[in-house]
Design a protein around this ligand. Structure first.
Ligand code: PMP
Length: 412
């Protein structure tokens, strides 16, 4: 973003609507003036595999992609996408309720129903739209949404769009959630929204207790399993499976942009009236459906993820190895032990976080720099997400890079 030296002239007294971003522009400029690379405009010049890309001409290890199961270059998945391009063309040019439902969309929903062993599955164009659509459609004016304060932006936006009463509670705090629920009138519609894994710190929700409390209060429960699908749970169905509550939740939301390795979102449910969402849910109806190649890759990937125990085991090994190695080096992490494939390294402030991010990139390692408002408690984080395709040797290389960069920047 460049600031022009010339003031924008405008007739009348109306303010420049962009002036509300002046603080953000100044913050960004300050960061760039300190000499670091811009952490928010990195270009992947070539992608070599799920774990490597060329960035700034350099071979770079990818440790911030959410590509947990490494499906993006799976030969069967790639072949399914190419075949669908040949057979069905590049796009549907239409909504699911008009001309945008192809055979591939049905097969993708079949794969999801089978993956979760549930009655209904509905595919959205993104996970963001799945949360936006389902939450705003089922929780309307006069209903209450009780949600964790650290919920993803798409959950907050779904609450706002539906115009429900929003009741946030302290992150992962079962008794705070219970207190909030008790204050809501008995006869009001109630939806509790939780996430399996919280993406900023990589911590897991105590779903067993939370789902019980929600059910006791007569609330319906929606769980966003964006960061656990494919990885956590015996069959990769997420934290709901691991916690033994999959049959007690009403709706599961997920995305194709992480373990599945493409783009898209979904909701699965056993609710007998669920199919009406296809007509009532505006972010499903008023947008074009996913391209045939995307749903073909998603369906193939989901079916392979049903039988990916070895990959899941290796991803756990990688996550634990990285967590232990970073702890031993003296970094402060978001959790005491690895709870998911996300390992968050807490930085002292944005300046040192950006300097560390830049130093790692020069070492040949890409991680995510995350800062408020995306992060809880005003934290600056270097978020690492592991991939089942990272080798043990790559994890050792990554730890060496963190050690050198951390010393150079003065964080350890
Ligand atoms: N929910 C959560 C918890 C997420 O972290 C994300 C993406 N980061 C989404 C939903 C949205 O997913 P998508 O990328 O498919 O829009």
């Amino acid at each position: 973003i460049m600031q022009s030296d010339q003031p924008v002239t405008r007739t009348g007294d109306a303010p420049d609507l962009f002036s509300k971003f002046d603080d953000m522009i100044a913050l960004r400029q300050g960061l760039l003036d300190s000499g670091v690379d811009d952490p928010f405009s990195l270009v992947m010049e070539k992608v070599l595999s799920p774990t490597r890309a060329i960035c700034n001409g350099r071979d770079t290890i990818l440790l911030g992609t959410y590509n947990y199961m490494g499906m993006t270059f799976d030969p069967d998945v790639v072949a399914a996408g190419k075949q669908a391009l040949d057979d069905f063309g590049t796009g549907t040019t239409g909504s699911r309720v008009l001309n945008g439902t192809y055979q591939g969309h049905k097969e993708c929903e079949d794969a999801l129903r089978e993956f979760y062993a549930m009655d209904h599955a509905m595919v959205f164009s993104t996970g963001y739209q799945a949360n936006l659509g389902i939450i705003s459609t089922i929780a309307g004016k006069g209903d209450y949404v009780v949600l964790d304060i650290d919920s993803h932006a798409s959950i907050w936006d779904g609450c706002a769009m539906g115009n429900a009463e929003i009741v946030p509670f302290k992150h992962n705090d079962v008794s705070a959630m219970e207190k909030r629920l008790k204050r809501i009138p008995d006869d009001a519609g109630k939806l509790v929204v939780l996430e399996g894994v919280y993406s900023m710190l990589g911590d897991v929700a105590p779903l067993k207790e939370m789902v019980q409390v929600a059910k006791d209060a007569g609330a319906m429960v929606l769980v966003d399993e964006a960061h656990s699908m494919g990885f956590i749970g015996e069959n990769g169905r997420g934290v709901v499976e691991d916690a033994g509550v999959i049959d007690d939740v009403d709706l599961i939301i997920g995305t194709f942009s992480k373990s599945v390795g493409t783009v898209g979102g979904f909701c699965v449910s056993n609710h007998p009236k669920f199919e009406i969402m296809r007509l009532a849910c505006r972010p499903y109806v008023f947008t074009a459906s996913l391209p045939p190649s995307v749903v073909a890759t998603a369906a193939t990937s989901i079916r392979k993820l049903m039988h990916a125990k070895d990959k899941r085991d290796h991803l756990w090994d990688n996550s634990k190895r990285l967590h232990k190695g970073l702890t031993d080096l003296g970094f402060k992490l978001g959790t005491d032990e690895a709870q998911s494939a996300i390992v968050a390294v807490i930085m002292p402030d944005l300046e040192q976080g950006a300097a560390m991010w830049s130093a790692l990139l020069h070492e040949g390692l890409y991680v995510n720099l995350a800062r408020p408002p995306a992060t809880p408690a005003n934290m600056t984080l270097l978020r690492c997400s592991l991939c089942a395709e990272h080798s043990e040797e790559e994890v050792s290389t990554i730890l060496g890079m963190f050690g050198r960069a951390g010393k150079a920047v003065g964080i350890i």
